[in-house]
Design a protein around this ligand. Structure first.
Ligand SMILES: Nc1ncnc2c1ncn2[C@@H]1O[C@H](COP(=O)(O)OP(=O)(O)OP(=O)(O)O)[C@@H](O)[C@H]1O
Ligand SMILES: [Mg+2]
Length: 225
C-alpha cells in the first residue's frame, strides 16, 4: 500500500467569504509507516483526515491509494473501496449501543461480499483477544469503560485488515494512563499488521511515541523533528 497526497486544497464557502483550510498539502507514505499529525484547533487536521479517508472531497489536488484515485470511483465502488482499504478510529467510539462488543467488531464485515462467516467471527474474536477484551464479547458498549470502548473501536477498524488506518484524536476522551494504553495498542497493531497509520492528536505524549511527526500550519503540513 502506498498513499500519496499531492497539492491538496480544501475550501469552504461561508457567509464571511471562502475559508481556505487546506492550501496545498503533500504527504507520501508506504506500508508500515506512521505519522502523528499535530497543530492548533481549527488548522484543518480533521478535514485532511476526512479527505484521505474519502469521506470528504478535496477542492483540488489528488489522493492516491495504491495507485487509485478514489474520487474517480462511482459511489458504490467508492463505498466498497473505503470499506476494504481504510479503517477509522474517532475520538468518540461510534459503537452501536444495541449491539454486543463482538457484533460491533463485525459491523464492517456485514456489507462485504464473499467473506466466510465462521472465519470472520474467529478473526473478530482473535482481534478482541489482542485488544484485551476476550472476556467481554457479549457486553454492550454501555457496560464498558471509555478505554475499553475505544479498544473495541480499534478492533472494528481493523477487522477487514485495511492497509490504511486513520485515527482522529483516538485518546482525546481518555485519562492519561488509559490514553497511553490505547496509544500503545494502536502502535502495536500497526506494527503487527504493517498498516499505514495516521493519527491526529493534541497529545504530546501520544505524538512522542511516533517516529515521525507533522504539524498543520496555515493550511500546510510540515514535518517536525
Ligand atoms: N463543512 C464545513 N463548512 C465550513 N467550514 C468547515 C467545515 N468543516 C470544517 N470547517 C472549518 O475548517 C477549519 C478546520 O476544521 P478542522 O475540523 O479540520 O480543524 P481541526 O484541526 O481538526 O481542529 P480541532 O483540533 O479543533 O479538531 C475550521 O475553521 C472549521 O470551522
Ligand atoms: Mg479535529
Amino acid at each position: 500500500m502506498s498513499l500519496v497526497v499531492d497539492q491538496l486544497t480544501r475550501s469552504f464557502p461561508t457567509r464571511g467569504g471562502t475559508l481556505n483550510v487546506l492550501r496545498g498539502v503533500a504527504l507520501s507514505m508506504n506500508a508500515g509507516e506512521s505519522v502523528a499529525v499535530m497543530g492548533p484547533s481549527g488548522s484543518g487536521k480533521s478535514t485532511l483526515l476526512q479527505i484521505i479517508g474519502t469521506l470528504d472531497q478535496p477542492t483540488s489536488g489528488t489522493v492516491t491509494l495504491d495507485g487509485v484515485n478514489p474520487f474517480q470511483l462511482r459511489e458504490t465502488e467508492l463505498a466498497a473501496f473505503r470499506n476494504r482499504k481504510i479503517g477509522f478510529v474517532f475520538q468518540d467510539h461510534h459503537l452501536l449501543p444495541q449491539c454486543t462488543v463482538l457484533e460491533n467488531v463485525l459491523v464492517p464485515t456485514l456489507v462485504t461480499a464473499g467473506l466466510d462467516r465462521a472465519e470472520t467471527e474467529q478473526a473478530a474474536k482473535k482481534l478482541l483477544e489482542q485488544v484485551g477484551l476476550a472476556n467481554r464479547l457479549d457486553h454492550r458498549p454501555a457496560e464498558l469503560s471509555g478505554g475499553e470502548r475505544q479498544r473495541v473501536a480499534i478492533a472494528r477498524a481493523l477487522i477487514l485488515k485495511p492497509p490504511l488506518l486513520l485515527a482522529d484524536e483516538p485518546t482525546g476522551n481518555l485519562d492519561r494512563k488509559t490514553a497511553r494504553d490505547v496509544g500503545e495498542l494502536l502502535m502495536a497493531l500497526h506494527h503487527a499488521m504493517k498498516t499505514i497509520l495516521i493519527v491526529v492528536t493534541h497529545s504530546a505524549d501520544l505524538a512522542a511515541t511516533f517516529p515521525k511527526r507533522a504539524e498543520m500550519n496555515d493550511g500546510l503540513l510540515e514535518w517536525i523533528s
